[in-house]
Ligand binder design. Structure first.
Ligand code: S3P
Length: 424
């Protein structure tokens, strides 16, 4: 699907409620499937990725149905052998997290994914799981994965990568094993797994960047899911760069392991205020007010990278409108996302007039630059590319045409409707 996006001159104005967090939605359905009894998930994401996790859990015997916007999950706390290959669609989170659960079951299973997911690296989970005694066959460390269920042993694993998906995979394997399993990462990555497992009664503790878990029975719970800061990011950037804008984003998750974008925008001089900070199901939440701002460049590197990894494509758009040279480093894992996001962002932003260069592990962006637009751009089957280019289109002199815009549905089917509501 082609989407034409044109300049907005009179600014974005109004209030939007940000839809449910994708990462938390995945965890909610996976973990309640492991709890014996009935759980209720309020505000489960409508994105295709969390729906892939839901489909996989159903194929493993979980009874889960929507009733008045709530997802009612009934489980006996045990999974059953699937009759079909488990289709993770486009979702790396589904495949990597469920691998940790399936490796220790008393049945075998096969995980498959779409074309993009089948090209993504799975060695990062196969390697530590194998050290725990797992038997997994793959296509040169890529999907499809054939998992032979086995009794696993605990492990103390130190990861070179700060990755919430790898961390969660190992913790979920450890949840089902006698003894202590621990995972250490170089910097803290998103900690929704730790928060939710604790909320559901697991024996889990955190010391700096090490998380330790022991065999635990999860208690069924009511889980309310907050809005996704990674979805809010497109509105934050648009509010900052579209002249005359003033918007409020309601119900946004503000977990400190996710708020790197707010630290960066503050450093760049963005006019952002947090209103009504609260806590929902163990997660910090608030409303964010954003106004058009004069921005300066900055350097983004090191420990902050895992706390804004998914926001980097739209932060690159932001940097085109900041005075000076913005340098983004240490983000080489962007090349392993739904597309090679370093290559894709550079090639498409260049087409519409940005001054941006690719480096091995990030970008160098010179601003402030008027974007001409007047071009067709590609999404590379990547939802975050599609949404970042849309935001860029709002400030281009001439309209841009985005090919493959339907990929937005992977995480944010309400995206276009919500943006349109702010420009009426
Ligand atoms: C996610 C973790 C991140 C992120 C992805 C979702 C999660 O990946 O990029 O979109 O829900 O755990 P990595 O853990 O591989 O960095």
């Amino acid at each position: 699907m082609k989407k034409i996006v044109s300049k907005i001159s009179k600014g974005l104005k109004g209030i939007v409620t940000i839809p449910a967090d994708k990462s938390i939605s995945h965890r909610a359905i996976l973990f309640t499937s492991l709890a014996n009894g009935q759980s209720i998930i309020k505000n489960f994401s409508k994105g295709q990725d969390p729906l892939s996790s839901l489909k996989v859990c159903k194929a493993l015997g979980t009874n889960a149905e929507f009733s008045n916007e709530e997802l009612i999950v009934k489980s006996n706390g045990k999974l059953s052998a699937p009759q079909i290959p488990l289709d993770c669609g486009n979702s790396g989170t589904t495949m990597r997290l469920i691998s940790g659960i399936l490796a220790g079951q008393n049945f075998d299973s096969t995980l498959v994914g779409d074309e993009s997911l089948s090209k993504r690296p799975m060695k990062r989970v196969i390697e530590p799981l194998s050290l725990m005694g797992a038997k997994i066959e793959s296509n040169e460390f890529k999907a499809p994965l054939k998992i032979y269920g086995k009794e696993l042993s605990p492990i103390n694993y130190t990861s070179k990568l700060a990755s919430a998906q790898v961390k969660s995979c190992i913790l979920l394997a450890g949840l089902n094993i006698e003894g202590k399993t621990s995972f250490t990462e170089p910097y803290i990555s998103r900690n929704h797994t730790e928060i939710m497992l604790k909320y559901m009664g697991a024996n889990i503790s955190v010391n700096n960047t090490t998380v330790t878990i022991e065999k635990s029975n999860l208690i069924p719970k009511t889980i309310e899911i907050c809005g996704d800061i990674s979805s809010a990011a497109y509105f934050i950037v648009a509010g900052l760069i579209v002249p005359n804008s003033k918007i409020i984003l309601k119900n946004v998750g503000l977990n400190p392991t996710r708020t790197g974008i707010l630290e960066v925008t503050e450093k760049m001089g963005g006019n952002i205020e947090i209103l009504d900070k609260r806590n929902i199901s163990g997660e910090d939440v608030g409303d964010i007010q954003v106004s058009y701002s004069d921005l300066n460049s900055c350097t983004i590197e090191g420990e902050i990278i895992p706390r804004l990894i998914d926001e980097l494509p739209v932060i690159a758009v932001l940097a085109t409108q900041a005075k000076g040279t913005t340098v983004i480093k240490d983000a080489q894992d962007l090349r392993n996302k739904e597309s090679d996001r370093i290559k894709a962002v550079v090639s498409e932003l260049k087409k519409i007039g940005a001054d941006i260069e690719e480096t091995r592990d990030g970008f160098i962006i010179n601003g402030k630059k008027n974007l001409n637009g007047n071009k067709e751009v590609e999404t590379y089957h990547d939802h975050r590319l599609a949404m970042s280019l849309y935001v860029a289109g709002l400030i281009c002199e001439k309209p841009i045409s985005i090919n493959g815009f339907e990929w937005v549905d992977i995480s944010f089917p309400e995206f276009d409707k919500l943006f349109t509501s702010l420009s009426l």
